[in-house]
Design a protein around this ligand. Structure first.
Ligand SMILES: Nc1ncnc2c1ncn2[C@@H]1O[C@H](COP(=O)(O)OP(=O)(O)OP(=O)(O)O)[C@@H](O)[C@H]1O
Ligand SMILES: [Mg+2]
Length: 244
């Protein structure tokens, strides 16, 4: 499998803290890679290093074989690296549709669509994530599950080739989680490679082709989900004392 993303010895320090420590991994084209680890393990930091909202202290990141480590976030987005945010930040006064249209307006590699076209694309993305009926609502009227879907739709509107999902199932009930899982499968089936951060083990196990575990910023496991989840080091670091 060709790697669409390739991280080599990536480290990020914050003052005295090493949030991500010499992490190397690849994301294969068309793959769903799960990323788990205790709170504070460095998962969100890793996503920010890939999307470009944070710069690594050391290491290199390759996308489609090209180094992107020095590129700003907007350039990476236009090349096809999309992400959702764990701390969601919709434009509260805008409609759900226009929140997504913003992504369609600014995310493109090849020219900017007009507003009407951006809204058309936004509507397709909302339908894709099952939020089509809420298109006319204000974004701040959405409940938790709706906001998670909105995050996904916003990221998809930028037509990514890689989608980085940071806890898009947090706070959802089991039925809602199943729905998001099927959306993410659909995303992959549409040709997008996906990295998913998730605490719900059952969900991540059924969704991921491969599973990566971070602990204190270090990669402690990388492999087939069932095998990784049975790894004694993973059980001790994470599963034994994971949050409810
Ligand atoms: N901007 C920052 N400045 C200083 N420290 C930070 C910053 N961002 C993250 N950290 C620290 O880096 C470590 C990793 O944080 P990160 O948010 O990446 O963890 P996480 O695995 O996403 O955790 P969670 O499961 O709670 O979302 C934590 O100790 C955190 O406090
Ligand atoms: Mg996080």
């Amino acid at each position: 499998m060709n790697a669409i993303l390739d991280l080599r010895n990536v480290t990020r320090r914050f003052a005295g803290l090493v949030a991500v420590n010499q992490v190397s991994f690849t994301l294969g084209e068309g793959e769903i890679l799960g990323l788990i680890g205790p709170n504070g393990a460095g998962k969100t930091t890793l996503v920010s290093l890939v999307s470009g909202t944070l710069a690594p202290s050391e290491g290199e990141i390759y996308y489609q074989g090209r180094p992107i480590t020095a590129l700003p976030a907007y350039r990476r987005a236009r090349l096809g690296i999309g992400r959702t945010f764990q701390i969601m930040r919709p434009f509260p006064g805008l409609s759900v549709l226009d929140n997504v249209a913003v992504g369609a307006l600014f995310g493109h590699a090849d020219g900017r669509p007009g507003l009407a076209q951006a809204r058309e694309q936004a509507r397709a993305c909302l339908d894709f994530v099952g939020l089509g009926r809420a298109a006319g609502q204000r974004a701040d009227e959405l409940g938790g599950p709706g906001r998670k879907r909105l995050e996904l739709a916003k990221a998809l509107a930028m037509q990514p080739k890689v989608l980085l999902c940071d806890e898009v199932m947090a706070g959802l009930n089991l039925v809602e989680i199943e729905e998001v899982i099927s959306v993410i499968r659909k995303v992959r089936d549409s040709g997008i490679s996906v990295l998913v951060i998730e605490h719900v083990i059952k969900a991540i196990k059924s969704l991921s082709d491969r599973l990566l575990v971070l602990h204190h910023g270090e990669k402690i496991a990388d492999g087939a989900p069932a095998q990784v989840l049975a790894d004694p080091q993973v059980v001790q670091a994470y599963l034994g004392k994971r949050r409810a």
